[in-house]
Design a protein around this ligand. Sequence first.
Ligand code: AMP
Length: 451
Amino acid sequence: MHEECGVFGVYLKDVKANIAQLSYLGLLALQHRGQESAGIAVAGGENILIYRDLGLVTEVFKKDILGTLHGDAAIGHVRYSSAGSNSWEDSQPILHHFSGGSFALAYNGNLVNQSELSSMLAIPYKNSNSCPTDSRLICKLIEATKEKDIEKALEKVAQQLKGAFCLVLLTEKKLIGLRDSYGFHPLVLGKIKDGYVIASEDSAFSIIEAHYLREIQPGEMVVIEKDNFKTKQILPCTKKSLCIFEHVYFARPDSNVFGENVAEIRERIGARLAVEQPADADIVISVPDSGRFAALGYAHQAGITYQEGLMKNPYIGRIFIQPDQALREYSVKIKLSAIASIVTGKKIIMVDDSIVRGTTSRKLVKLLKKSGAKEVHVRISSPPVDFPCKYGIDTPNKKELWTNHFSIEALRKLIEADSLGYISLEGLTGVFQKNKPSDFCTACFSGEYPL
Ligand code: AMP
């Protein structure tokens, strides 16, 4: 089960702000990382209180609920799981007991050694009904250490976990952040008033007037207490494997992921795509919203006018959330419509970030042509997604990844585009300035799994 999510944590030394309100705002800014469930846990020195439910942040937290969650530290979670695991039990943060008391955990990632960990704990893994989520496994492993000190327990457990994990953990007195040694997904640290914040992305900082300090490093654990801030490298980082799909699609454009701004990176990817995959056209349009910055970069590089040719209904959730193909086909239509007066009679370059099952591109080419477009050239700001992600991004299995079954020319015919072009892997990894191409996990494109 994938747990592609957003996590948040905040600790204030002198509580003058409503901690639940801050967490709520932070989670709103991380909503793109998960729309299935949301939750907040607060700790006020004596006990931990959690409220979580299925739904968007604004649906789960009504005013009367936020008013009941008091404390000086909090963690929050938004969840975006793969289809079929939409239950309240799987929403987070979760509360668990260990030898030293209680803690709440919020987790983003995907472990690759669940079966090994389950058998260590004597939990049947194969029976899917009782199969624990990664976060429950981590809780049980913490309990199994029999340690009274949560830091020591977490240090021991971190050595046992294989895969991608970013987590925030809250005890009655401590807020802890931990990132796996490969650094697959982002986890950042910020400063707020007299306290600290931790989040999957720093888009959660500006909304609460916190400022970005730095990334939590791969393998680093930070521990925040009332009068203490500690950091410790608990796992050695021998190889970084930063998820490139965070930059391509998943993260918010105003976030700084792995030290670089997402919008800027997407523009550079678009510019590179224009060099590698030129086309003769009147306008460049994007598939909103994820293709927008790459399309702008493409248009600028190619010297072709950028226009908004597709209109997105912002009130519909991400289409991946729809469980089966029939619903997915339908939801593309309700989500996006063409602006006929802009596209009629034009040769169009349509830029999107990725093709996964092919539904979006196929539907949109059809829609644009029906709305009067003369030609539609599809340009994709990532290489073909040929392999499923094992580290937390929700990609379908190999059979459903359509690029595995067809040549690019066959794909072009299937989506009825006039041309189809993808950026190369070298082109994509070459746009970063703070990280080398080898610092990225590109398994979904290359099949080279770092673990
Ligand atoms: P598809 O229609 O199946 O080819 O999916 C491609 C569309 O889904 C693109 O417009 C992407 O922006 C979006 N997308 C790509 N990866 C994901 C993901 N992991 N979760 C949700 N949406 C995605």
